[in-house]
Design a protein around this ligand. Structure first.
Ligand SMILES: CC(C)(COP(=O)(O)OP(=O)(O)OC[C@H]1O[C@@H](n2cnc3c(N)ncnc32)[C@H](O)[C@@H]1OP(=O)(O)O)[C@@H](O)C(=O)NCCC(=O)NCCS
Length: 330
């Protein structure tokens, strides 16, 4: 019997500090009008001192556990998707594990940037199917504010901090569950969106700091073009191989980077506005956090009911591309 994963509960965590577009415009040459028109973003949450990727992740995981009525000691697997770990190693998932008081389960990070949550969810689903884990937590958590150049208007207006988590278990026969996932990577896109220094190729030095190489560098237009094309392509691909079309979907939950990318994909799938969740106006691009945060918002807005067919899709640095089809179980 194939044991696909089912979602038992969700949780999220956002730093309390909110920074509006107008506030950013006080320190960098931009405007609320430009940011809203070109991206749809109106504000973002920014982590305070002491708030980190793992503390936000732990907060979101605790809420997801409570929503799922699952005790931490029942968890056999923690996967944390992040591009902004607390430190290079150990994995931030191990910090979350320790904070949750668990010391004998599998815990590791997945680095797939904006597709990180979907990649982590597909790894968890595969491990549950393979019998390597029973109950699992999958988290997308980021503090991109720590690696942004606040003088670069091309990037600093786009991102925000936040985390979302889901608790999973094997589905009972006939229960709504994950149906399929489709991930692919195009490694030639690496230079288009990256943090150049701090790794083995360019270790931290006075020079790398002076040259601003520990900040996000992006070719916005190259990323935009790839994201528009591939969000659509990966969505159509997973629908077609499951003999489905956009008309079968109850909700489309895309990675939240830019309103124009999501609307172009929704149009290609023939989806009306009420079958699409867009919440980037409040959070900006929280990278691996966007999809679980959007799922929570969709639920709160009454856009999700048990049995609904949901399509998730993302494009991120790498380039990484992901999609997942599931039947909503909560
Ligand atoms: C970044 C992005 C919003 C820029 O929008 P765009 O319509 O492509 O705009 P361009 O890059 O063509 O820039 C147009 C002009 O706006 C300027 N500009 C860039 N950021 C600006 C800002 N925050 N405020 C005002 N002007 C800005 C540019 O300098 C450029 O000026 P120029 O023509 O004098 O050189 C868009 O490229 C984008 O969303 N890219 C994908 C980003 C993303 O999603 N990244 C994460 C992927 S997971």
């Amino acid at each position: 019997m194939i044991r696909r994963a089912v979602l038992l509960g969700t949780g999220s965590a956002l730093p309390s500090r909110v920074v509006s577009n107008s506030e950013l415009a006080e320190t960098v040459d931009t405007s609320d009008e430009w940011i809203v028109e070109r991206t749809g973003i109106r504000q973002r949450h920014i982590a305070a001192d002491g708030e980190t990727t793992s503390t936000l992740a732990t907060d979101a995981a605790r809420k997801a556990l409570a929503a799922a009525s699952v005790a931490p000691e029942e968890i056999g697997l923690i996967i944390l998707a992040t591009a902004t770990p607390d430190q290079t190693f150990p994995a931030s998932a191990t910090l979350v594990q320790a904070a949750l008081g668990i010391n004998d389960c599998i815990a590791f990070d997945v680095a797939a940037v904006c597709s990180g949550f979907l990649y982590a969810l597909s790894v968890a689903d595969s491990m549950i199917r393979g019998g390597a884990a029973d109950k699992a937590i999958v988290i997308g958590s980021e503090t991109f504010s720590r690696i942004l150049d606040w003088d670069d208007r091309g990037t600093c207006v786009l991102f925000g901090d936040g985390a979302g988590a889901v608790v999973l278990s094997p589905a009972a026969p006939g229960e709504p569950s994950i149906i399929d996932f489709c991930n692919l990577t195009d490694g030639t896109g690496g230079p288009s969106l990256q943090m150049p220094a701090g790794g083995s190729r360019m270790p931290a030095s006075h020079e790398t700091v002076d040259q601003g190489l520990h900040f996000v560098k992006q070719d916005g237009s190259a990323v935009f073009k790839f994201a528009v094309r591939m969000t659509q392509e990966i969505s159509v691909r997973i629908l077609e191989r499951n003999n489905l079309t956009g008309a079968d979907l109850d909700l489309f939950v895309s990675h939240q980077a830019n309103r124009r990318i999501i609307e172009a994909a929704a149009q290609r799938l023939g989806l009306p506005e009420d079958k699409v969740i867009i919440n980037l106006e409040r959070y900006g691009n929280t990278t691996a956090g966007t999809i679980p945060l959007a799922l929570e918002d969709a639920r709160r807005q009454g856009k999700l009911k048990k049995g609904d067919l949901v399509l998730l899709a993302s494009v991120g640095a790498g380039f990484t591309v992901g999609s997942m089809l599931l039947r909503w179980s909560l």
